[in-house]
Ligand binder design. Structure first.
Ligand code: ARG
Ligand code: ZN
Length: 884
């Protein structure tokens, strides 16, 4: 490689900024291919000048500089220096005004960072470092300024002009143009700046805050789509009320705007009072959105709204602290969704996704701490670790401090740091100080990467009436961290008696009133024994209830004990978990037998336990749906020494068939009993019935070979569906069955929804997820379909991302065709949108987990990517770390 390799920056090198920017006055003259931006910055030196003036280094990227003036004096080429990192003024005065004019090309901005055009709408994405693609600036989160933004644009093409804060004035000007002026009274970092201009329709509503502030709420979308914004608006109002009630946090302006755009790198963005969303997380009606889509909208709308306090009012000092706002805000949106829906079901779904995305990340070459120590490209660090493990860390604090103690900590955090850019240490200090506890050891969760492993053994001493549980913890080595110190792990557990009741537990040395039916133990040492006294003979041990800590547990439990927990544990999560671990044991054993060519029958106790769940009318349907669904292929893969995707797939299919064969009558009854009762409603209870019915239908379809009418039945279910959830469920099963029914349904789906980009994404994804052997050929052909475009992240994720990350069986084809495809697509996408290209790369980095043949092919694909000229820092970082 001839080009200089991108370099890493380190958390330890943080220094406060040399200059402050107090106010920013922006003027945009919008034209798609040539937009003029004037910025007037009021700048003061942050240091005393006894040691002389320090240079002012403003960031800039892809900017054309038109002019720069200091205190009104136009600077000549000798007064500043321009390079590819930005603009430097060697020795500016202690306080001055800088006027900068730049020209940018939003229409050519395919990276979708900075100011860009999406379907004729101008919009911005400035997190993390997009503002420097608009003007030269101290583009770092600890520089907080108040912004005044003037937008000038063609009135007919862009009737709606939006920015942060309050609208100060709007008027028409000559040449068919108009002007809007916005002012945001709250100081904010540049990454929270936003601008939108376009011809948009709007759904308007109101919300009165607890203290009586009347807030106007607006959701802007493409014309004709207003009717699909009702659910998002309802979520927004519920989120606003919830944050007042749960955390005492109230909205702080008279206006809150959301804009939905179709081209967006991520889910959504919490710009102050002007959230910009991927329209996937706004638009919904029963025809086009599934229950999962509705739940996603509820979560993301709430998440971005909650950022107003945890992100906007209190932001991050530097990007190493990203989880300060993201982990905390994910924790908050999870609590919200748990209160709106079923708490155990939400927990189960979050743990499924943690295990599918974060645990593999933590076990691979891209493992990093929740508070990373270094990065090359910050956009690569919007990861499952920062977001989801970060949320687990916050959740563990709440488990340790209790909900009231946690609230005290939040109150102190807001009181201390409102208006500041702070660190994860500041957050932990507020929690510790408000509760008078020491979180010193606990904070290793921020600094140590890797998923801790807990080996647990229990033994009962009949004579003494005592139960001893010994816990050994170990955190595997991760890049740059060969040795780990013991963590503080809050471990929720209980013991069940023969009737399935919780035994009251008291530790040796505790007084009798400490006894409680379940305990949260503080696991802090490498090896620790907990001795419970006055214990009657227990029947089963239940550990990590509610998934109280994000760890892997090894606990030797037989099928009978797991089945007992499935039926009786007082903790719903633990009942689900017992079933998952039981199924995992069976699937791992069967996968091994398949490799040796000698399968033996499955333990009937598991199928019987599934049958009991199907017949237990007292269970919430949404929970029953989760409890009978087998662990995913990637979870089984994580548990195998050398991943064998084919053996895993066959083992899982065989267990599905065994369940279908033994429980056919129960499954048919569930399908019949949970048929759609009337018009579709997206509430959790109705969604739960659909989920249960569709899991049952999935089992019945698993026996396609025995029941030849299956494809016809699925096609009929597809045709009869009156909502997208049921339609997709039938089609998902049908795409795995080769035949005319599959094609008929796919064609019908395409023709019915050809004009709905979001639904066509589902059509692309379903085909990419198919288990049929020709899936890669079909995916390759779909790259040429008019509905596909590399410029559109939603399309890329739907077709390429679903195949590479969601179809292990076909992606890991032994001939390496999936890897070659992945490398080709990465190289084609990188020059267009490096952020999205880099994010898709993770599956190739898991090569260590596969057999020698696949390893060689995966590494070759990575090496081919790395050898390409002009690679972005984004893809370079992921590919090089993946090969290291
Ligand atoms: N802060 C946004 C959120 O709510 C994510 C934005 C990330 N953007 C990016 N370019 N990496 O989670
Ligand atoms: Zn966020």
């Amino acid at each position: 490689m001839t080009e200089p390799q991108p370099t890493a920056i380190h958390r330890q090198d943080y220094t406060p900024p040399d200059y402050r920017i107090e106010t920013v006055d922006l003027e945009f003259d919008l034209e798609p291919s040539s937009t003029r931006v004037k910025a007037r910055l009021a700048i003061t030196a942050a240091h005393d000048r006894s040691g002389g003036a320090r240079p002012l280094v403003l960031h800039g990227d892809a900017l054309e500089l038109v002019s720069v003036a200091l205190d009104g004096r136009v600077l000549g080429a000798g007064d500043y220096r321009l390079d590819d990192k930005g603009l430097t003024i060697a020795a500016p005065p202690p306080a001055f005004t800088l006027d900068i004019e730049t020209r940018i090309d939003p229409a050519a901005n395919t990276q979708l960072s900075g100011l860009y055009v999406s379907s004729n709408v101008f919009c911005t994405q400035c997190e993390a470092e997009g503002f420097r693609r608009i003007t030269y600036f101290l583009d770092r989160p600890d520089v907080m300024a108040t912004y005044r933004t003037t937008i000038r644009a063609d009135r007919a093409a862009y009737p709606v002009l939006l920015s942060n804060g309050n609208l100060v004035e709007q008027r028409q000007v000559e040449g068919g143009r108009h002007v809007a002026v916005w002012h945001d009274p709250f100081p904010k970092p540049s990454y929270l700046f936003a601008l939108v201009a376009g011809d948009l329709a709007c759904n308007e509503d109101r919300f009165t805050t607890r203290s009586g502030r009347d807030v106007t709420l607006r959701i802007f979308v493409e014309h004709g789509k207003q009717a699909r914004t009702g659910y998002a608006m309802d979520c927004l109002k519920r989120a606003m009320r919830w944050d007042e009630e749960r955390f005492g946090l109230e909205y702080d302006l008279d206006l809150f705007n959301i804009v939905a755009v179709s081209d967006f790198n991520m889910g959504a963005m919490e710009n102050k009072s002007l959230n910009v969303f991927n329209d996937k997380y706004i638009l919904a009606d029963p025809e086009i959105a599934t229950d999962a889509d509705y739940a996603g909208i509820e979560t993301v709308v709430a998440h971005e709204y909650f950022h107003n306090w945890t992100g906007d009012r209190i932001t991050c000092r530097d990007w190493f602290q990203l989880s300060l706002k993201e982990g905390l805000t994910v924790f908050r949106d999870r609590e919200f969704s748990s209160d709106m829906r079923s708490r155990p079901v939400k927990r189960i779904q979050d743990v499924r996704s943690l295990r599918a995305r974060q645990f593999p990340e933590d076990a691979g070459p891209l493992a990093h701490p929740v508070r990373p120590d270094s990065y090359i490209e910050i956009n690569n660090f919007y990861t499952a670790t920062i977001y989801d493990k970060g949320a687990e860390v916050i959740g563990m604090m709440q488990a340790i401090l209790g909900q009231d103690g946690f609230r005290k900590g939040m109150d102190l955090y807001v009181q201390r740091h409102d208006g500041q850019a702070v660190t994860c240490d500041d957050f932990a200090a507020a929690m510790a100080d408000a509760n008078g506890v020491d979180l010193g050891q606990f904070k290793r969760w921020y600094s140590q990467a890797g998923t801790p492993e807990l080996a647990i053994e229990g033994s009962y001493d009949t004579r003494a009436g005592a139960y001893e549980m010994t816990v050994t913890q170990r955190c595997p080595p991760t890049p740059g961290q060969p040795d780990k110190a013991p963590m503080h792990i809050p471990l929720a557990m209980g013991l069940l008696d023969a009737q399935g009741q919780d035994i009251r537990l008291r530790l040796d040395g505790e007084t009798a009133d400490a006894a409680a039916p379940g305990r949260v133990l503080a696991v802090t040492a490498p090896r620790q024994t907990f001795r419970f006294v006055n214990v009657p003979q227990p029947k089963a041990l239940s550990v990590n209830r509610g998934f109280s800590a994000p760890v892997n547990v090894t606990l030797a439990q037989g099928g009978a004990e797991r089945a007992f927990l499935m039926a009786h544990d007082s903790d719903a999560f633990a009942r689900w978990e017992a079933g998952q671990q039981f199924a995992t044991d069976l699937l791992l054993r069967r996968a091994g037998e398949i490799q040796r060519g000698a399968p033996t029958p499955f333990d009937p106790a598991f199928v019987e336990a599934v049958g009991q769940i199907l017949r237990d009318e007292s269970l919430e349907p949404a929970f029953a749906a989760e409890a009978i669904a087998l662990p995913g292929e990637d979870y089984i893969a994580e548990r195998m020494d050398i991943v064998d995707v084919e053996a895993i797939h066959s083992a899982r299919e065989a267990l599905r068939q065994a369940i279908a064969t033994s429980l056919r009558a129960d499954l048919e009854r569930i399908v019949a009993a949970n048929a759609s009762p009337g018009p579709y409603t997206p509430d959790a209870a109705a969604a739960g019935r659909r989920a249960l019915r569709n899991v049952a239908l999935g089992y019945l379809a698993a026996s396609a070979a025995e029941a030849p009418g299956t494809a016809d039945r699925l096609l009929a279910a597809y045709r009869a569906a009156d909502n997208m959830t049921d339609r997709m469920a039938a089609l998902r099963l049908l795409v795995d069955l080769d035949g005319p029914q599959r094609q008929a349904a796919l064609d019908d789906f395409h023709d019915r929804f050809r004009d709905d980009a979001l639904v066509i994404d589902k059509w692309l994804a379903l085909q990419a997820l198919s288990a049929l052997p020709d899936t890669l050929a079909r995916v390759t052909a779909l790259l040429g379909h008019p509905a596909f475009a590399l410029e559109k992240p939603n399309k890329v994720r739907a077709l390429i991302g679903s195949f590479t990350a969601g179809n292990p069986l076909r992606y890991h084809a032994a001939d390496g065709s999936g890897y070659a495809f992945h490398a080709d697509r990465t190289l084609a996408l990188d020059p267009i949108n490096p952020q999205v290209a880099a994010r898709l790369l993770a599956p190739l980095g898991r090569w260590q987990r596969f057999d020698a043949g696949r390893q060689a092919k995966m590494k070759a694909a990575l090496a081919r990517i790395l050898a390409a000229p002009k690679l972005s820092p984004d893809v370079y970082e992921i590919a090089s770390k993946s090969l290291a």
